[in-house]
Design a protein around this ligand. Structure first.
Ligand SMILES: [Zn+2]
Length: 333
């Protein structure tokens, strides 16, 4: 059984070493290092050292494109967007948004540079985290607007549907956007495989009609070169019931199993209200019951160090989650 967590907010190797030793003692054997554009530009060899230290403690290492191009999840800004204002998404109001368009060839070229850099720090698996077109409620999105309507997207749309791209978010638009993300991921997965890396894809577990919803999960699992199929059903964040964990854990397992893919579920170790910590412990059990044997917590120490997402009781939450993972690991032997 794999027990993982994400790690971010610290680029000082000697402190990382202390944390990795402790995480290994706590039973963790997988670490997902965020690898933002800031890390890529300013911390490349530091990250190499951090990955080396992590492996020394027995960790399997993932690297995630944290906020890269603002096309992935993560609290990081994008230098690519700042420097390539002609590669951004265009929203339905006709104005650019502060996020790259995943269909833009220059952004894709940049992503191959990110892939080489992330594999270059020694990460074994690249963690494609929550890839998405503009979501109106997320940073960089605009209320009531969808994207992308850039010239490239309009061209793809015309080619696929035989008419001009509308301004309203029709069913065809929803279909196009999902195809676009799948095309983007197919590209990234192939480029990673070509360079000897493994691929983990974490799709947004958004329900029916919710922005960023994925309809054809199976088609994503079928992307050639996929290794790990994941999702992050943060029901507390989305103000849903814990059944959300069952639904999406089963979905991931159902898509992954016939293809021999590993499955992974992320548990919400952030922004949990006091008195609700036990529900996240239960979430671990539900993922386990669905057949998932790679369970990870976002993020280290229940994000005690990150004000934006710190839970009411980070220490208590972390201890409870760690104890639950230890219990399951013992059960697995
Ligand atoms: Zn576009």
């Amino acid at each position: 059984m794999k027990a993982g967590c994400s790690y971010f907010g610290n680029r000082i190797p000697r402190h990382v070493a202390t944390d990795m030793k402790r995480l290994a003692r706590e039973g963790f054997n997988l670490i997902c290092h965020t690898y933002s554009e800031n890390d890529m530009l300013f911390y490349h060899s530091t990250m190499k050292e951090i990955v080396r230290i992590s492996k020394e403690e027995g960790m399997e290492v993932y690297a995630g494109p944290w906020g890269v191009g603002k096309v992935f999840g993560g609290e990081a800004f994008s230098n690519f967007v700042c420097c390539n204002l002609d590669c951004t998404q265009t929203l339905s109001d006709g104005k650019p948004a502060g996020m790259a368009c995943p269909m833009n060839p220059r952004f894709r070229t940049f992503m191959t540079e990110w892939i080489e850099s992330a594999l270059g720090i020694g990460a074994e698996t690249l963690f494609w985290d929550e890839p998405h077109f503009s979501i109106s409620t997320w940073l960089g999105g605009r209320k009531g607007q969808w994207g992308c309507r850039c010239d490239i997207c309009q061209g793809h749309f015309r080619e696929r549907y035989g008419h001009e791209m509308p301004f309203e978010k029709t069913d065809e638009i929803v279909d196009y956007l999902e195809w676009g993300i799948r095309d983007f991921i197919t590209f990234l997965v192939a480029e990673t495989k070509k360079r000897g890396g493994r691929n983990a894809l974490c799709l947004l577990p958004h329900g029916k009609g919710v922005e960023g919803e994925v309809k054809a999960w199976d088609a994503f699992a079928a992307i050639p070169g996929m290794d790990v199929f994941c999702t992050d059903p943060y029901f507390e964040l989305q103000k849903l019931t814990i059944d959300h964990v069952d639904d999406f854990s089963r979905l991931v397992v159902d898509c992954a199993r016939p293809r021999g893919l590993e499955t992974q579920i992320w548990v919400q170790g952030f922004r949990v209200a006091a008195g609700r910590e036990h529900l996240q412990v239960e979430a671990i059990q539900r993922a386990y019951d669905a057949g998932v044997r790679n369970i990870a917590i976002w993020g280290v120490d229940a994000c005690d160090h990150m004000a934006w997402i710190r839970p009411d009781n980070p220490q208590l939450l972390w201890e409870m989650l760690v104890a639950k993972l230890q219990e399951l690991k013992r059960r697995e032997g």
